[in-house]
Design a binder for this molecule. Structure first.
Ligand SMILES: Nc1ncnc2c1ncn2[C@@H]1O[C@H](COP(=O)(O)OP(=O)(O)OP(=O)(O)O)[C@@H](O)[C@H]1O
Length: 630
């Protein structure tokens, strides 16, 4: 839901540019998942997060996971050996006798300490190597899962509540995946080090442990609270970030450079971009005092407890409760445990932080999975003799009125059907229902008698060729822009046939590398086509597929008369072997059709041949008159 931002009121000169719309999305999915979560709940998530990370890592590269686990174990052993070795060395050094004798006594323990330290270094280097091996495939798995999830949903999901915003939130999960392994691995190794150091400490004197825990706990709580604040800011900014991202693409892509410059939109787009960024920054800055309070509170309480820890140790040594050698070892153990504990806290909080974004990603993936196409396994066998719509109704999510409302229609092989009607009357939606891109909310669409709701969509789409109103200009080679990555043969003959049929052979031959030319001006070595040439290429894609159902939605709107004539001649030539549907506002073009249907507010209100409708007193005749009156 959006509302226009306020504009600054000025009575002289032109009005100030309006602010970007305020995003007040308040649907079912707009609830911050952390809104009613207690601190305990937050901490109890950590094991599940680590288990999730381990599962993802195991799936991506088992050998690296085994290496990392082995490194963790070595870390634990090394920490224990370091501390016990230090204790032995201390006992020898602080014992009785000449200095040279004491040093000799301490030498074996010191050598063990040096060996353990070297092993620790080697293990840490290997752990880093494992991390570097593991992070790319885990990130790629997460990223690909997200792209695949979005590609596999039923098409009407895109129009569903907050889909794009939730996708944007999930993207953050992917972005955080690359630090997830590092955080989890550091957390685990710090945890092992800490447990070892605490074990050694508890052997030295039981009182050291609670003192230590008190010293570090406040910073742990502080770090989790900070992560919570960060996530709240991130969550509040999702919609604005999404719009900013889109604005950035539209403003900077070379495709719209003419429109942006010649319509003097540069300043307005920069203004928009800046406003959105400032709004995002404002939310972040507004949270700064909260984070300062958390930081100061955690540092203050932690500092007091830390002083208490050292005082406790001094008291134990001073009162002779622990001998000097043990006290010296305890100092090392406290230092080790403190460092490890701070690392546990820091990396634990980072894992927790990441888990919030990963949870968004997981929720989104579960949602995309639930919305994935599951229509049944029936197959469409060519030739397609008949396509029928029986009382079909379709309404876009969130819309009050159906876009297609109770339409019944039968199309037979060899027939050319033209669909006309005013803007928004449901023509393109009808084509999406015919191809099974959308499934009817009510009624049935059947191909050769098979209801598309029970047919594997891939088998339908392998028989369809669609030139949509807004077609993609893929940054691919000219050849793949025709074949769409689905070559029919090992040679280029059918590709040349398809481009020849739309009058593009000469233009493709003139490209620097012919069919191998990359059609993307932005990329080095790429070339660009004109608008009409692109549209011809889009038509050649559909022709190349030799589809059972050929749908052309405004196929010639950018073409010169020769190109348009050629396309319609080709449509007539190949019509006998397929069902052809042409959506057009150029009413003269409907002369090629065997039948014309006129749509109004989602319904078919007239149908017949061009001549009959032109002579009738309906909308077709009225629109024709208006077209001729120019
Ligand atoms: N993706 C979508 N999400 C929500 N509503 C949509 C979507 N696409 C179309 N609509 C709505 O459905 C109705 C029919 O749209 P459709 O695109 O089918 O009309 P059309 O006859 O093809 O229009 P035009 O002649 O302008 O291309 C319109 O009210 C439109 O706002």
């Amino acid at each position: 839901m959006t509302s226009a931002g306020a504009t600054s009121a000025s009575t002289t000169g032109p009005p100030a540019p309006p602010l970007p719309a305020q995003m007040n999305f308040c649907g079912r999915h707009s609830v911050n998942p952390l809104g009613n979560t207690s601190f305990r709940d937050l901490c109890s998530r950590l094991p599940a997060v680590l288990a999730g990370v381990a599962r993802m890592a195991w799936k991506a590269d088992r050998a690296s996971v085994v290496l990392l686990v082995a490194c963790q174990l070595v870390t634990g052993v090394v920490a224990a050996v370091l501390l016990t070795g230090t204790a032995h060395a201390m006992q020898a050094v602080l014992g009785a006798g000449a200095v040279s004798h004491r040093l000799r006594e301490a030498l074996p323990a010191l050598l063990v300490v040096a060996g353990a330290a070297s092993l620790g270094r080697v293990s840490s280097a290997l752990a880093q190597y494992g991390e570097r091996r593991l992070t790319p495939p885990v990130t790629t798995d997460a990223d690909t899962a997200l792209v695949e999830g979005v590609l596999r949903v039923e098409a009407d999901a895109y129009a569903g509540e907050g889909f794009a915003d939730r996708q944007e939130a999930a993207e953050m999960g992917v972005a955080r995946t690359h630090v997830m392994i590092t955080d989890a691995q550091r957390f685990m190794s710090a945890l092992i080090k800490m447990v070892t150091a605490c074990g050694v400490l508890s052997v030295l004197h039981w009182m050291m442990l609670p003192l230590l825990a008190l010293a570090v706990l406040p910073s742990g709580i502080g770090a989790v609270l900070m992560a919570r604040v960060d996530y709240e800011i991130h969550y509040a900014n999702v919609s604005d970030r999404n719009v900013r991202q889109m604005t950035r693409w539209w403003a900077t892509t070379p495709k719209y450079t003419d429109e942006v410059r010649a319509n003097s939109m540069t300043d307005y787009l920069l203004f928009w971009y800046r406003c959105l960024s400032e709004r995002i920054d404002r939310r972040t800055v507004e949270a700064a005092p909260r984070t300062l309070r958390i930081h100061l509170g955690a540092s203050l309480i932690g500092g007091v407890f830390l002083v208490g820890t050292w005082a406790g140790l001094a008291w134990l040594a001073g009162t002779g409760r622990v001998p000097p050698a043990v006290a010296a070892t305890a100092v090392v153990a406290v230092q080790t445990a403190l460092a490890a504990l701070s690392q546990v806290v820091m990396n634990g909080a980072a894992c927790f932080h990441t888990s919030l974004y990963l949870a968004d990603m997981r929720t989104f993936l579960i949602d995309t999975d639930a919305r994935a196409s599951r229509r049944g396994g029936a197959e469409i066998e060519p030739p397609v003799e008949e396509i029928r719509l029986d009382d079909v109704t379709f309404r876009y999510p969130g819309k009050d009125r159906p876009a297609v409302d109770g339409v019944s229609l039968t199309l037979r092989r060899g027939e050319i059907l033209a669909v006309v009607g005013e803007n928004g009357s449901g023509k393109s939606t009808l084509t999406r229902l015919l191809t099974g891109v959308y499934l009817a909310d009510k009624g049935r669409v059947t191909w050769n008698g098979s209801d598309l709701a029970g047919v594997d969509p891939a088998s339908v789409w392998s028989c369809a060729g669609l030139v949509p109103q807004i077609f993609a200009q893929w940054p691919l080679r000219a050849r793949e822009n025709v074949t769409l990555g689905q070559p029919r043969t090992h040679d280029d003959a059918p590709v040349w046939d398809a481009v020849g049929a739309v009058g593009m052979r000469a233009a493709i031959e003139k490209l620097p590398d012919g069919l191998d030319t990359l059609l993307a001006r932005e990329i080095w070595g790429g070339a660009e086509l004109s608008g009409g040439q692109w549209q011809r290429l889009a038509c050649s894609r559909a022709l190349y597929r030799q589809p059972e159902l050929l749908i052309l939605d405004e196929p010639t709107s950018q073409m010169d008369p020769r190109g348009e004539h050629r396309i319609f001649e080709e449509i007539k030539r190949i019509a006998a072997d397929r069902v052809t549907v042409i959506v057009t506002h150029q009413l003269e073009n409907t002369r090629v059709a065997d039948r014309v249907i006129v749509m109004e507010e989602g319904r078919i209100t007239e149908q017949g041949r061009y001549e009959d409708l032109a002579a009738g007193g309906g909308l077709f005749a009225e629109l024709l008159k208006l077209a001729k009156a120019r």
